[in-house]
Design a protein around this ligand. Structure first.
Ligand SMILES: [Cu+2]
Length: 405
């Protein structure tokens, strides 16, 4: 049962899609009342196709569902390293992505869910396994009562996975998007031969919902510390994105959602953070363990480079290190190539290996001069080095290479 790798010229009826999916045995998907209805009687699961539901029931009965991830779409604020707070939308979750039922009040939100942040936390899947990703629309908490964005719906589009429309997250193809108080169950079967770096994002009114922060990294691996046959010692996801803080405030207060063509981003981020001159600023990129690239002499570091946004093209440029791009958009490159600057636009992903030379920990980067072993890595499209009008409050982090313990 599957839906992976559909015929692009194909027939759009569910009947034929199901036939296709049986032929290929890749992605399985369906929506069901089963299980959630008992736990979360208050939430309405959007009804799915009866055939899909029975297939899901069979998989569940065979204990072939590896794990359920429950994502909660919600709004909130993100504090930035320059002291400003930006109104955001996004995907959050409870501890270990558990099902904590319907979120109806601020008390529910604060006691059951982790604080909202952009991008959402990584979801990591294994090749050849079945997973259920459950989207709960947890509603709106920070908007003005009259804002036009109250009660809008969301979906998840698994960007880069070649899914059938059923679980592709495009509203009304064929199922409606998820409104507050509703739930949608995405069932994915990851093919044995698929690995690499992907992302998830909302696909409702995509410009507004993506720019508001509704995205997260999605990693598929065959074996830990291996990718496309290469070995690496440690890995970091560098996720570039941009946001227009003033537009976001307008969405929160007025909700003029038809204004979608004039985003003017004023924050350029890596993993939702900006750099500051104050290297001790706890909210700066360099003090986020997922963004400060720490490695040891002689190691190989995998950078999973991702970007999403409106019109900014990022140019990933680490000082002092050339990278070897081995994968692009979830596929192994037949001819890996080296670079010190790599251009990346919205929706793209690159898998890059950095082989750290011995004694790098003793090397001083002349252009950075921050300290031995430390060199900066930043967006070389210089617009991306400025947030809220201030340089270098932008998309920059550091490589921090240390001698072996
Ligand atoms: Cu959305």
């Amino acid at each position: 049962m599957t839906a992976y790798k559909t015929n692009s010229s194909g027939n759009s009826t569910m009947h034929n899609l199901i036939k296709l999916s049986k032929l290929f045995c890749f992605f399985v998907s369906l929506i069901t009342f089963i299980s959630t209805m008992e736990v979360n009687a208050a939430e309405k699961t959007i009804p799915g196709d009866a055939v899909m539901e029975s297939e899901f029931k069979k998989l569940s009965n065979k204990h072939k569902i590896e794990k359920e991830f429950h994502l909660y779409a919600i709004d909130g604020y993100q504090k930035m390293a320059d002291g400003n707070s930006i109104y955001i939308w996004g995907f959050t979750h409870a501890k270990d992505f558990a099902d904590v039922g319907e979120i109806k009040t601020e008390e529910d939100r604060d006691s059951k869910l982790l604080p909202l942040k952009v991008p959402g936390d990584e979801i990591r899947l294994r090749s050849g396994k079945n997973y259920v990703i459950v989207l709960h629309n947890a509603g709106w908490y920070e908007t003005e009562e009259h804002s036009g964005v109250n009660h809008v719906s969301h979906t998840i589009h698994f960007h880069g996975l070649d899914l059938i429309p059923y679980v592709d997250g495009v509203p009304k193809l064929p199922y409606p998007a998820v409104f507050p108080g509703e739930v949608f169950r995405y069932l994915l079967t990851i093919p044995d031969d698929i690995e690499g770096s992907y992302m998830g994002h909302c696909h409702v009114d995509s410009t507004n919902h993506i720019m508001a922060g509704m995205y997260f990294p999605l990693i598929i691996e065959k074996k830990p510390k291996r990718i496309y046959g290469y070995k690496y010692d440690r890995e970091y996801t560098i996720f570039f994105s941009e946001i227009d803080s003033q537009y976001m405030e307008m969405l929160r207060s007025l909700g003029h959602i038809r204004r979608g063509l004039d985003w003017e981003s004023d924050y350029f981020m890596i993993n939702g953070r900006i750099f500051t001159d104050n290297l001790k600023n706890p909210l700066s990129t360099v003090n986020d363990p997922g963004t400060r690239i720490v490695a040891y002499d002689g190691e190989t570091v995998l950078i999973r480079l991702m970007a999403i946004g409106y019109d900014h093209i990022y140019i990933w440029h680490p000082h002092g290190h050339h990278g070897l791009t081995i994968g692009k958009d979830g596929r192994k490159l037949k001819s890996p190539y080296e670079h010190d600057s790599l251009r990346i636009g919205s929706g793209e992903r690159y898998d890059i290996l950095y082989k750290i030379p011995e004694a790098t920990s003793k090397r001083i980067c002349l252009s950075c001069n921050i300290g031995p072993g430390i060199s900066v890595a930043h967006d070389h499209n210089m617009k991306g080095m400025v947030s809220a009008g201030v340089y270098p409050h932008g998309a920059m982090t550091i490589f921090d290479i240390r001698s072996k313990p």
